[in-house]
Design a protein around this ligand. Structure first.
Ligand code: GLV
Ligand code: MN
Ligand code: MN
Length: 418
């Protein structure tokens, strides 16, 4: 395989670093992280900054019906399907500077490097900032790429509500009014291929002393919502035997699920990350608990079998406390295997550039899992300090970020000239 790596030298580590610094200032938290929940004013401000940079470079910007932002550099054959690069600008509430932002900025740096060199590509190249990858404010996550690829209907995504009852559609309309952009219907464009750069969000690259992760695929993810119902009662007077305490039932359910999902080789990932208690008063026995379940496994059958047992175990545990539980599935994404030839491009670019690398699956979910259903897709990982992510302390070195961008550039040029 011969790859043109000439664009890699034009990737500027300093510019990439500076763009990260400026973006991280939007939604910056006192502890050095970022709080930029999807479709908030902060998210819109980050998009506006990127659009500003793009327009200065003469790239075209547009937005689709779910708010995905596209930045386009024309190809010599503008009628061809574009090659996409991208990730997301939204963050967790206590998020870091790199989860998502890196993939968007690395893609943008590749566009700038090509522009600096006046290097044409046969196909147009687009950087995409996908809407609501995190799934923190609105569920499900990867909303923009799910709608774009037809995995979930657009209407269902627009109807998703945040905790205040605001729909994604309403939040999007407000952003559209504040920062109007040319509209481009999502059905009007299909990517020829998709590349996503991301920090690893785990400890493996650092432990192996590798600069680049050549990503083979993404483990499967199921999200469920559990609602436990009991009955309000006086905290001081109600005997244990007649209480229908929803917190007590939720604690029993979670303990039973932890036992069910405990595996000696530590492959199953089970997380209860959100819990809401009603009426949330110190001296009233709680009548309702809603909690989330995030369950992941690389094997499709194991994920299905384990996930299918959750309802019975949670309901039985709730019954043992005289409560009831209702379990609903929010999403079930099968494990993803990336396209061999596209992964091979990333591997070869990494080899030619001389970076130590590791072949690895992704533990985290990414928009690439949906894009891979409609076009050849691959990802490039770079290490993050201590494997820490979804944490304000998330950190990555400027030179690793630039290395990943150089790999991205080489693979992108090959796909865009094909
Ligand atoms: C993405 O943030 C994930 O939850 O894997
Ligand atoms: Mn991410
Ligand atoms: Mn994330």
């Amino acid at each position: 395989m011969t790859l043109d790596t000439s664009a890699c030298a034009a990737v500027s580590e300093a510019r990439l670093q500076q763009r990260h610094d400026r973006l991280a200032a939007i939604g910056a938290t006192p502890r050095g992280g970022v709080n930029r929940l999807a479709l908030t004013d902060t998210d819109a401000n980050a998009q506006a900054m990127l659009v500003d940079w793009a327009l200065q470079r003469g790239f075209r910007c547009s937005r689709d019906e779910i708010g995905n932002l596209y930045i386009r550099r024309e190809g010599t054959q503008s009628g061809l399907d574009p090659v996409f690069m991208g990730s997301h600008l939204d963050t967790q509430p206590t998020g870091g500077r790199f989860d998502g932002a890196y993939g968007v900025l690395a893609g943008f740096e590749v566009l700038e490097a090509l522009a600096d060199l006046d290097r044409p590509t046969r196909r147009p190249v687009e950087v995409v900032a996908w809407t609501n990858e995190e799934g923190s404010r609105f569920q499900p996550g990867c909303m923009g790429s799910a709608a774009f690829t037809g995995v979930f209907p657009l209407e269902r995504m627009l109807a998703a509500k945040d905790r205040d009852g605001i729909t994604a559609g309403e939040a999007l309309a407000a952003i559209g009014r504040a920062m109007p952009l040319p509209a481009r219907p999502m059905a009007s464009v299909r990517p020829a291929a998709y590349l996503e750069a991301h920090i690893e969000q785990g400890p493996r690259l650092e432990a192996a002393g590798a600069t680049i992760g050549v990503v083979s695929g993404i483990q499967g993810i199921r999200r469920l919502a559990v609602s436990v119902h009991g009955e309000e009662a006086h905290a001081g007077t109600t005997p244990r035997a007649v209480r229908r305490d929803a917190v007590s039932a939720a604690v029993a359910a979670i303990a039973a699920l932890e036992a069910l999902l405990h595996d000696t080789d530590d492959v199953v990932r089970f997380t209860v990350g959100r819990m809401e208690v009603a009426p949330n008063s110190p001296n009233t026995v709680p009548s309702r608990v809603d909690f989330s379940i995030d369950l992941r496994h690389p094997d499709a059958d194991t994920l299905r079998t384990l996930g299918d047992r959750i309802e019975a175990v949670a309901c039985e545990a709730a019954r043992s406390r005289r409560c009831t539980a209702a379990v609903t599935q929010v999403s079930h994404v099968q494990p993803t295997v990336f396209d061999d030839a596209t992964v091979a491009l990333v591997r070869e670019a990494t080899r030619l550039l001389g970076f130590p690398s590791l072949e690895m699956p992704s533990g985290a979910g990414h928009d690439a899992m949906y894009l891979s259903r409609i076009c050849p897709t691959a990802m490039v990982f770079v290490p993050c300090l201590g494997g820490v992510s979804h944490n304000e302390a998330e950190s990555a070195t400027a030179s690793d970020l630039a290395a990943g961008t150089r790999v991205l550039a080489a693979a992108l040029v090959a796909l865009a000239d094909a």
